[in-house]
Every structure is written in structure tokens, then in C-alpha cells.
Design a protein around this ligand. Sequence first.
Ligand code: DGI
Ligand code: FE
Ligand code: FE
Length: 201
Amino acid sequence: MDLHEIRKKLKKELDKGRYEHTKGVMYTAGCLAMAHEYDIGDAMLAGLLHDCAKCIPNEKKIELCRRHEIPITEVEYRSPYLLHAKLGAYLAETEYGVKSPVICHAIRVHTTGAPDMSVLDKILYIADYIEPGRDKAPNLSYVRTIAFRDLNACMAEILRDTLKYLSGRGGPIDPLTKMTYDYYRPYLVSENKSLEGREDS
Ligand code: DGI
Ligand code: FE
Ligand code: FE
């Protein structure tokens, strides 16, 4: 499938807002690839397809995962929207003809993250959070500047803010999200500053 065909199919699968977000993530992932000397086409393709399973109703997500032997965790049963990442990776390969396991992996981990992510995993995770259509997260302008300079520090900032948001909201938190934050936490610029401060005193 070429890019044009993928876009046409996605336009039918996604609602209008999700399609607009998808384009924002695609171009933002392309820009991050430029900044970090990564393959621009791969980054844009990952951005284009990352939410391809988002608009499937939750019961259908569960049914499709069962049918295709995609394991569902307890947290995913409680918050089935999380499944759009795993299911999206599966559909990218089977319905949209994506052959690259690197791209499919980035789609698979784009919601929770994962410890020790690849460059493309981080580009997609970050692009999803900072694309121009996003306006609700705190700290966005700082996160946007650091995204173009330091992917690991940016991951740490986003994960800290996401976990704060999720614990305020009171829903189940996927263990992977916590493990990812633990992995990237040492890269937090603010935390390192306070550690330096303590060493001085
Ligand atoms: O699909 P999008 O809305 O574009 O973005 P996404 O796939 O990153 O999903 C974002 C939502 O997922 C956001 O509200 C935070 C939430 N999320 C991230 N990690 C977890 C989580 N929700 C739960 N319940 N548990 C998590 O660990
Ligand atoms: Fe998503
Ligand atoms: Fe998204």
C-alpha cells in the first residue's frame, strides 16, 4: 500500500478529529526525525498509522485481540482503549502492509511507552504528545522545546506529567507506564538540577 492509499483508508476508519490528530503526529514525527537524524519516511509512516485502531469500539477491540491471539492484560480489560496500540501494530502489518518490525513496534508501545525504547519509539511517543493540535497537557511549551534537543529527557518529562495526570484521574495505571518512567527518570532535567543542588549544599 502506498502512502496515498493508506491515507484514503484511514480517512474512512477514523473520525474527523482523530484524522486531524493523525496528520499532526505524522508531520511532527517527520520534524523530530529531521532534528535527530532519523529516517523521515519511517517516522511519518509510524505517525500516520499509530492510531489506526483508535476508533474501533472497545468490545470490538477485545474481540479482534482474542481472534488474533493478541494477549489482553487485566489493566487492558479495565481500560480497553489501551488496546488500540497493540491492535494498531497488528493492523498496520496485516491491513496496511507495513513490513518494518521497527515501525510496528513503535505503534505497539506508543501509549504506555516501554523501557529502553528505540529512537523511532521515542519519536512517535513524543510526537503524539506534542503535535500542534494538543493543548491540554501542562508544561507543553517546555516539552516541545526539549523534544528537539534531547529525546530521553523529553520522555522523562512526558511520563512524569502523564503519571501525575493518571493518578489524579484515579484509573488503572499500566505497569509498563510505571516501568517506563522508572527507566527514563534519571534523564529528568529538573531532577538532575535538584540533585546537583543537594550536592552543593
Ligand atoms: O491515542 P491518543 O489519545 O492520541 O494518545 P495515547 O495513545 O498516548 O493515549 C493517551 C491516553 O492514554 C492519555 O489519556 C493517557 C493514557 N495512558 C497512558 N498511559 C496509561 C494511560 N491510561 C491508563 N489507564 N493507564 C496507563 O498506564
Ligand atoms: Fe494512541
Ligand atoms: Fe495519538
